[in-house]
Write a protein of this length. Structure first.
Length: 559
C-alpha cells in the first residue's frame, strides 16, 4: 500500500515556534573503564531536574567534539527534549585509550558503554543509539552484544555486510571511496602516534587523491596507510576471510534479532552505503520493530539541493524530529512509532509511504542498430525492435581514456548531475525509452541482466538508469557496478523512487569502466588492483541484445 505526500510528522513534544520542554545543564566529561581496562571518554549533556531520563548515545570515530554536527541537531537540542545525551570517543580515537582497529571492538565496547550509560545518575535505565556511517554501523554491532538496556537504535547510511556493501561493489574494489576514507582515518591515527611525516603525507593526499600512479590502488604513501589504517586489509583480504564476518553486522543478525531492538534505518538515494541500509531493513524488519526512511541525499549533507537539482523544501532533513518521535516511543513509552517505509519521490518532490519496501518489477529489453555506442538516438529501451536492429552491440574499453562517473552514487560530487555528455562517449552504450505518455512512478530496486561475450577472463560493467528530461538532460537515478565473467551476467543496481513525468524518458547506460571510483579491469584475469597501467590493454565486449533486460520498479499506472 502506498500513500503519496507522506510529509514530516513532528513529534508532539515539539513543533515549529515552540520551545523544547527542558533546560539543559552545561556538558560534563566522564570516563568509562571497559571490561579490558581501556578508558573510553565521553561528554554528557543532561536536562535540569531529577528525571529520570532515557539516554541517547553516539559513539564517534572522529572525535566526540564533532558530535552530531554533520547531519543532526546539536546534542543540547536532543537533551532539551528530555534525554541524557552521551557523545563518546571510541577506542583509540579522541581522548579514549586503546588502539583503533576498525569495527573490531565496537560490539564489546558498545555493549559496555550501553550498560554504563544506563546506570548514569538521572537515567531511567533505557538507552537508544543514533549516528550515521561508522557511527551507524557500530550501533548494530553493539546491538549484537548489548543487554536489555538498549531499547532502540537509529542507524543511518550504514554498512551491513562490509565486504559486499562497503569495501567492494559486486566484487569490485571501491578504490576512490576506500582510499579517501582510509587516508582520513590514518591521518588521525598517525597524529595520535606522534608521526608528523605520516600525518602530513595523508593530509596532502587527502586534498587531491593520487589516482594516476603506476598502480592507483598502491599509492606512494601506502606504508603510512598500512601502519595506520585498515586500507591494505580491505584491499587484500579474500572475500571469504573470517575477517569480514568479524566486523559485519550481517553476520550477527541472529543475535541482533534475539534482542528485539527497535530499529529506525535512514538512507539516501545517492549514498554509497544505500545497499547496506536497505539490506539491513530487509533482514531485520520481519523480526523487530523497524522503520525505513530514504531521502534524496548523498552520504552528507541531507538537504534539498543535491548535485544539480533542488528537490524542494520537503527534502530538507527532518531526521532529528523523526528520531525524537522514535525514541519517545521506545525509551519513554510516549506517542506512537511509525512502521513500514517512507521514501522521497525525486520526481514529484514529495514523500511516499509504503507498508513494506516496494517490490514491483517490470522487465524491459534493449535493441539497437549497431551504432548504440556512437549515437544516443540509436539504442532503444523497451518497445519493439524493427528490422534494422542487430543482435549484438559492441563496446570498447580504451584504458587511455576510460569512462568516469558523473554524479550518481559513485561520482565526486555525487547526486543528480546531467550525464548526457558522458552518455555521448563512444565507450558507453545507451538505450532510451520513448517519451512517457503519462506520469509513472518508479519505486524499488533496479537490476541489469545480460549476456556479454569477451576474449577475457573477466571484465567490469557499470550500469546507470537515468531520467531524461524534455530538454535532454540525463539525471542518474540508480546505478550498479560489477566484476563479471563472459556469458550470463548480473549487475545489481541501487533502488530509487521517482515519478517520471509525461514527456520524459528513461535511459540505460552501460560502460566497461568507472575510473577512478573502481580500478580498471581490462580482462587479464589478475586482480584489477594489482595490474600496472603498463599492462592494461584494449578490451572489446559484445552485448547480446536479445538476452539483455533491465528490471524496473514501475508501479501500476498509465504511461
Amino acid at each position: 500500500m502506498e500513500t503519496k505526500d507522506a510529509g514530516p510528522e513532528p513529534n508532539g513534544a515539539w513543533v515549529r515556534g515552540q520551545r523544547p520542554p527542558c533546560r539543559v545543564l552545561p556538558p560534563r566529561t566522564e570516563t568509562l573503564i571497559a571490561r579490558d581496562g581501556t578508558a573510553l571518554v565521553a561528554d554528557i549533556w543532561q536536562p535540569e531536574g531529577d528525571g529520570p531520563w532515557p539516554v541517547l548515545l553516539m559513539r564517534q570515530a572522529y572525535g566526540r567534539r564533532i558530535g552530531t554536527s554533520l547531519c543532526y541537531a546539536p546534542p543540547d537540542w536532543y537533551a532539551a527534549h528530555g534525554y541524557i545525551v552521551v557523545m563518546q570517543d571510541v577506542r583509540g580515537r579522541g581522548d579514549s585509550g586503546g588502539v583503533f582497529d576498525l569495527f573490531m571492538h565496537e560490539a564489546r565496547d558498545g555493549a559496555d558503554t550501553v550498560a554504563w550509560a544506563a546506570a548514569l545518575p538521572g537515567s531511567n535505565g533505557a538507552v537508544g543509539m543514533f549516528g550515521f556511517s561508522f557511527q551507524g554501523t557500530n550501533q548494530l554491532l553493539a546491538a549484537a552484544e548489548a543487554g536489555p538496556a538498549l531499547k532502540a537504535v537509529a542507524p543511518a547510511m550504514i554498512g551491513w555486510d562490509l565486504r559486499q556493501d562497503w569495501s567492494h561493489e559486486n566484487g569490485a574494489f571501491a578504490l576512490r571511496a576506500n582510499l579517501g576514507w582510509a587516508t582520513q582515518l590514518a591521518a588521525e591515527t598517525a597524529r595520535r602516534a606522534g608521526d608528523r611525516d605520516a600525518h602530513q603525507a595523508c593530509y596532502a593526499a587527502s586534498r587531491a587523491l593520487p589516482l594516476s600512479g603506476v598502480r592507483p590502488a598502491y599509492p606512494a604513501y601506502g606504508d603510512a596507510l598500512a601502519r595506520y589504517s585498515h586500507y591494505a586489509d580491505w584491499r587484500d583480504r579474500a572475500p571469504d576471510a573470517a575477517y569480514w564476518a568479524a566486523i559485519s553486522p550481517a553476520s550477527m543478525q541472529d543475535a541482533i534479532v534475539a534482542r528485539g531492538v527497535a530499529t529506525l534505518l535512514i538512507g539516501g538515494w545517492y549514498d554509497s552505503h544505500l545497499t547496506g541500509t536497505l539490506q539491513a531493513y530487509h533482514d531485520l524488519s520481519p523480526h523487530v520493530p523497524a522503520h525505513l526512511i530514504v531521502g534524496p541525499w548523498a552520504h552528507f549533507p541531507w538537504d534539498r539541493k543535491i548535485g544539480a537539482l533542488d528537490f524542494g523544501p520537503d527534502a530538507v532533513t527532518d531526521i532529528d524530529r523523526q528520531q525524537i518521535r522514535w525514541f519517545d516511543r521506545w525509551l519513554k513509552d510516549e506517542g506512537d512509532a511509525p512502521s513500514g517505509v517512507r521514501l522521497f519521490d525525486m520526481g514529484a518532490q514529495c514523500w511516499r509511504a509504503f507498508d513494506a519496501f516496494p517490490d514491483a518489477a517490470q522487465a524491459m529489453g534493449v535493441s539497437g542498430t549497431g551504432r548504440t555506442a556512437i549515437d544516443m538516438r540509436d539504442g532503444v529501451l523497451g518497445g519493439d525492435a524493427d528490422t534494422a536492429m542487430v543482435p549484438v552491440e559492441s563496446l570498447t574499453l580504451d584504458p587511455w581514456r576510460p569512462a568516469a562517473p558523473c554524479g550518481g552514487t559513485f561520482g565526486a560530487p555525487p547526486g543528480p548531475l546531467d550525464r548526457s555528455q558522458t552518455d555521448a562517449r563512444s565507450d558507453v552504450l545507451t538505450f532510451t525509452t520513448a517519451p512517457f505518455a503519462g506520469a509513472r512512478v518508479l519505486a524499488g530496486a533496479v537490476g541489469l541482466s545480460a549476456v556479454v561475450e569477451a576474449e577475457a577472463a573477466s571484465f567490469d560493467l557499470h550500469a546507470v538508469l537515468s531520467r531524461v528530461t524534455v530538454s535532454g538532460a540525463a539525471y542518474p537515478l540508480a546505478e550498479g557496478y560489477a566484476t563479471v565473467a563472459p556469458g550470463a551476467v548480473m549487475v545489481p543496481m541501487r533502488a530509487t523512487c521517482c515519478t517520471v513525468q509525461a514527456g520524459e524518458r528513461l535511459r540505460l547506460s552501460i560502460s566497461p569502466a568507472c575510473f577512478p571510483s573502481f580500478p580498471l579491469n581490462t580482462g587479464s584475469g589478475e586482480r584489477p588492483c594489482d595490474v600496472a597501467a603498463f599492462d592494461h590493454r584494449v578490451l572489446t565486449l559484445k552485448l547480446r541484445c536479445a538476452a539483455t533486460t533491465l528490471t524496473l520498479p514501475l508501479l501500476p499506472g498509465e504511461g
